[in-house]
Design a protein around this ligand. Structure first.
Ligand code: TYD
Ligand code: MG
Length: 455
């Protein structure tokens, strides 16, 4: 018996509706609804024999087994996952096409295989031959890696049940389809049902599953947004195509910190870890240039030093242009307003462009002070000290507010040769334990600007 009906889905967020709508009530996007024939053959489930539900137990009686995480042998990857792969977890890896998702997972697979963990690599996009060629180039071939070029969900499930691997890689989830559904592969209902089935298999058989999910700008393929709620972890692989660095960023993690990043470079022979990202991001910095400032941001558990660059130029437009790469646009607008009102810089008729070097995205308020100094430095065309580091949040009245983990940031800066640290005044007492560094406790933005850029 086939029950068929039409359902409309929002391409962006997966909102479901029985009729077409112009504006999605879920994500407020316009014209994103697509029709899908949605039907399911009844009585064809593998697990139709219902098990009796287990009785609820008091939390104190539940045995907490210390689940052993599997290290992959790639430190930066383990770090993003919160210290290795959690057994029976489902991880979604997203990223633009061609950024290196398949490369990363193949290297991770090889790392696991070398430690003796059997592994199943399901590819719906490349043939076994193509994967083998890439594997040879990456020196990532091992008999423990089983390849299965497969797109049919039921066969994938069968492979999983038969091979019983510790880890399964599905590249990509958009190519897998459930023949019981009438909609085409890659549609939202397919992606959703297949993911749900894979999650179920992972939890039941205790395997970790990695799903590759594509994102397109137009959202034509089912957006992995729908999947974010279903899986345990979401990590995204980012970077600029024309540069070699790649950043692996945790977006969601049920078993660890959700703000970790891992840094890699893409080279001829595959992805290489960057052990010392701060060094990597700061060393190519131009010496004493107006607008260039180094800030310390906590990314998960480690401080990361990155360069912020600003260019403030006279504008010919009635509404000056403001652009921010790697920083929130509204934050930049706010800092510009504070600079104007509290530090007396007339920025109204100036264009302002801000960029975080290295494709890093800064979200922490602790970088405010550095951002403000960078903008002011470009405006005044006067460089800040080449070995100055700025730590602090800027409030609306121009005050410098306390941030957490000041000591760790200073330590990382000192390690890389920075010798003057602008810090919020209330943290000065705590920071005094640092010997041999020049601390500049500041209470207002105006004061900080005066010290580092002069009057
Ligand atoms: P790929 O992993 O196929 O991307 P995705 O799966 O995210 O679509 O990576 C493809 C890109 O990586 C391609 O542009 C070539 C580049 N690359 C290297 O530079 N070195 C390598 O060793 C490999 C395997 C790929
Ligand atoms: Mg790929």
């Amino acid at each position: 018996m086939v029950k068929a009906s039409s359902v409309f889905f929002c391409r962006e967020c997966g909102y479901e509706s029985p009729r077409w709508m112009g504006k999605c009530p879920g994500c407020l996007a316009w014209n994103t609804f697509v029709e899908e024939r949605y039907s399911k053959k009844e009585g064809k489930y593998r697990d139709s024999k219902k098990k009796a539900p287990g009785a609820p137990r008091p939390i104190t009686e539940v045995k907490a087994e210390q689940a052993d995480r599997l290290p992959t042998g790639i430190g930066e990857f383990d770090r993003t996952l919160g210290g290795g792969i959690m057994p029976a977890s489902v991880v979604l890896l997203t990223g633009d096409p061609g950024i290196g998702k398949s490369t990363l997972l193949l290297q991770v697979s090889a790392g696991l295989a070398r430690q003796g963990h059997p592994l199943l690599y399901i590819s719906g996009e490349e043939s076994a031959y193509q994967i083998k060629l890439r594997g040879e180039r990456l020196k990532a071939c091992h008999p423990n890696m089983l390849l299965a070029p497969e797109t049919d969900l039921s066969l994938v499930q069968e492979h999983m049940a038969k091979a019983r691997p510790r880890v399964v890689v599905v590249d990509s989830v958009q190519t897998i389809y459930d023949p019981n559904l009438t909609s085409s592969a890659g549609s939202i209902s397919q992606v959703r049902e297949c993911t749900a089935a894979l999650i179920k298999a992972a939890k039941e058989q205790g395997m970790a599953v990695f799903l590759v999910g594509h994102v397109t700008k137009e959202g034509l393929i089912a957006g992995p947004k729908v999947l974010e709620h279903m899986v345990d972890c979401v990590i995204s692989f980012e970077g600029e195509r024309h540069h070699s660095y790649r950043i692996l960023r945790t977006i969601k993690n049920r078993f660890g910190s959700a703000s970790e990043i891992g840094v890699f470079t893409m080279q001829e022979e595959g992805l290489k870890e960057v052990d010392n990202p701060s060094e990597y991001f700061v060393t190519q910095r131009p010496a004493a240039t107006a607008g260039s400032v180094v800030v310390a941001s906590m990314e998960g558990t480690r401080p990361l030093l990155v360069e912020v660059q600003s260019l403030v130029t006279h504008s010919r437009l009635p509404a000056p242009r403001r652009m921010a790469t790697g920083l929130d646009y509204n934050r930049v607008a706010l800092i510009l307003a504070v600079l104007e009102k509290r530090a007396g810089l007339y920025l109204q008729d100036h264009d302002a462009f801000v960029k975080v070097v290295g494709g890093v995205r800064l979200e922490e308020p602790a970088v405010d002070l550095g951002l403000a100094v960078s903008l002011a430095s470009s405006f005044k065309n006067r460089p800040a000290g080449g070995r100055d580091l700025f730590i602090g949040e800027v409030g609306l009245t121009g005050e410098i507010r306390t941030v957490n983990r000041v000591l760790e940031r200073i330590r990382e800066g000192a390690r890389l040769g920075f010798n003057r640290f602008f810090i919020p005044a209330p943290t000065a007492d705590k920071a005094k334990v640092m010997k041999g560094v020049n601390l500049v406790p500041v209470t207002t933005l105006e004061e900080a600007l005066e010290i580092c850029l002069g009057r």
